[in-house]
Design a protein around this ligand. Structure first.
Ligand SMILES: Nc1ncnc2c1ncn2[C@@H]1O[C@H](COP(=O)(O)OP(=O)(O)OP(=O)(O)O)[C@@H](O)[C@H]1O
Length: 270
């Protein structure tokens, strides 16, 4: 990552939890090879909130899926908590939040959150404790017995974050979790997510299409180019950790947003 500004959140001196070195990924399809990622190198320090932004199809999801061992790079190296992504997956080093909440409609919110815990063989009493704790973290206490269809889209997405938090991994991988929500709900969930990040000290890798969302949430913004996806800029945010929503009107915020936009533009022009 780049040299931090003096007021930057203090993550630069922490050990990296995710290390990518010259990662390449080519999909082999019936229509020929698709070069999705090219020479991607990045260290994500412990406790950072890192957003990935770039045009559609630039490989943001693919890179996140590589961290989760759902895809495998065809070149370079990638480690998660010092392990291969496959080992990190087995060690349950991360929780994954998808674009759609993906809750089972026939299970209550509590039982949806319990599912990964049941698979892990966690005793019932411990499951219940964890369900209450994560519902509290996402401000859904009391909704345990509701079914997903009884909740709004924003609440369903919060429930899916709770499910990802339930096995208490240090890393949270989030693929455009709020992309389908209206702006007001998204603002609220952005605020909540920041609070949750602050409270839990997790490392978060977050994919988004929104410049304001990336700037508001992140300690580091990774700007990617059109396919084959490369990193064109890594911006370390000088914004304080405490961020009310109206920080978006400050000159500092507008300046970072401008730099992200420039980075996106540069990616197109190369
Ligand atoms: N399993 C796959 N097989 C073949 N090609 C794939 C596969 N997964 C992704 N791709 C291709 O790799 C490229 C990167 O896709 P990816 O979904 O990572 O982009 P993205 O930046 O997340 O896009 P979006 O912002 O639209 O979600 C795209 O061209 C996509 O079509």
């Amino acid at each position: 990552m780049q040299t931090p500004t003096p007021t930057a959140p203090q993550t630069a001196d922490r050990p990296p939890v995710i290390q990518a070195s010259h990662v390449d990924l080519t999909f082999h399809t019936n229509d020929g090879p698709v070069h999705a990622l090219k020479d991607v190198s990045l260290d994500i320090p412990k406790g950072a909130f890192v957003s990935f932004i770039g045009p559609s199809g630039c490989g943001k999801t693919t890179f996140l899926r590589c961290m989760a061992a759902l895809e495998h790079p065809t070149g370079g190296t990638l480690t998660v908590n010092g392990m291969t992504p496959d080992d990190a997956r087995r060690a349950r080093a991360y929780g994954y939040v998808f674009q759609a909440a993906g809750l089972y409609p026939w299970r209550t919110i509590g039982r949806n959150i319990a599912l990964p815990l049941e698979i892990m063989g966690i005793p019932k009493a411990e499951q219940e404790k964890r369900i209450q704790r994560v519902l509290d973290l996402v401000e859904l206490s009391g909704f345990e017995k509701k079914f997903p269809w009884q909740l709004s889209g924003g609440m369903q997405q919060r429930a899916s974050i709770a499910r990802a938090l339930a096995f208490d991994a240090d890393i949270l991988l989030m693929d455009e979790p709020f992309g389908a929500l209206d702006e007001i709900v998204r603002d609220r969930l952005n605020e909540e997510l920041l609070r949750l990040w602050d409270k839990t000290q997790k490392t978060i890798a977050f994919v988004t299409h929104s410049i304001p969302e990336a700037v508001y949430l992140s300690t580091h913004i990774v700007v990617m180019s059109p396919r084959p996806g490369r990193i064109t800029d890594v911006i370390e945010s000088p914004l304080p950790r405490e961020r009310p929503l109206d920080i978006r009107d400050t000159p500092e915020f507008i300046e970072i947003a401008h730099r992200v936009r420039e980075g996106l533009r540069a990616g197109y022009e190369e």
